[in-house]
Ligand binder design. Structure first.
Ligand code: OAD
Length: 231
């Protein structure tokens, strides 16, 4: 028999207990930095050093943290389900936690791409990337991150996956950044949805939904155990 499909949409909250700051909580990254200065194409045109250093810092930090119980529990779900992670996170903690199907809709910290040919993408791991670091065609390298105001090329693929979900988990996202926040509305009507976030996020108009107002590190392993036991 075909395995049931679970789509998991994750946001910064799933990595919070690994020690990575979220964006919009008090003490979040967007309190420390202005989005317009580090995460837009205009920012890149104005000050490449500043933008590159912002992502260098994120990469250096990523090298020092580990996946937490929530990332690891999602990998266990694959024992019985066809699990697709759709993450807004640019960290690699789902990969290191053991999940195998991961779509990074906002890009990846460990990758950079050419500013002259977007198909030239390079894996830099946790290394710094500086002004003057060029692709093989001689163009400056930029973070392979979707900045505010830029298109989200993988959103259609993400929507297609959500349309096939039997179960959807939404974990640790404030659901304010579109188009990712709209993905939950693409679920088929039979799809059971779970939202795991200690703070309330917008849920109006979402049916067949169970809200679990707890931290991911405790709620996700428990929910995964329940789902594995029930299947
Ligand atoms: P936000 O910072 O907007 O939201 C984080 C969510 O995580 C909030 O709803 C918190 O309540 C929740 N949270 C905090 N600690 C948690 C925990 N231990 N367990 C579970 N949930 C917890 O982050 P995102 O929704 O991911 O875009 O933000 C979306 C996008 O905005 C990001 O991908 C990023 C950002 O600007 C780009 O970089 C392109």
């Amino acid at each position: 028999m075909n395995k049931k499909k679970i789509v998991v949409l994750t946001g910064a909250g799933i990595s919070a207990e690994s020690g990575i700051k979220t964006f919009r909580d008090s003490d979040g990254l967007w309190e420390e930095y202005r989005v317009e200065e580090v995460a837009t194409y205009d920012a890149w045109l104005r000050n490449q050093e500043l933008v590159l250093e912002f992502y260098n810092k994120r990469r250096r930090q990523l090298a020092t943290v580990e996946p937490n119980a929530a990332h690891k529990a999602l990998a266990r779900l694959e024992e019985k389900f066809d699990v697709q992670i759709v993450t807004q996170n640019v960290d690699d903690l789902h990969e290191r936690g053991g999940s195998t199907k991961i779509l990074h809709i906002h890009g990846e910290l460990v990758k950079v791409r050419s500013t002259g040919d977007e198909n030239l993408v390079y894996n830099v791991g946790y290394k710094d990337v500086n002004k003057g670091d060029l692709c093989e065609k001689g163009f400056q390298l930029r973070p392979n991150i979707v900045w505010f105001g830029e298109a989200v090329p993988l959103i259609e693929r993400a929507a297609e996956l959500v349309m096939e979900a039997d179960i959807m988990l939404v974990i640790g996202t404030s659901m304010v950044v579109y188009p990712a926040a709209g993905l939950i509305h693409y679920t088929p009507s039979h799809c059971k949805k779970y939202l795991i976030d200690p703070n309330s996020t917008p849920t109006r108009g979402i049916s067949n939904l169970e809200v679990i107002a707890e931290k991911a590190g405790t709620a996700v392993p428990r929910l995964v155990d329940e789902l594995l036991a029930s299947n």
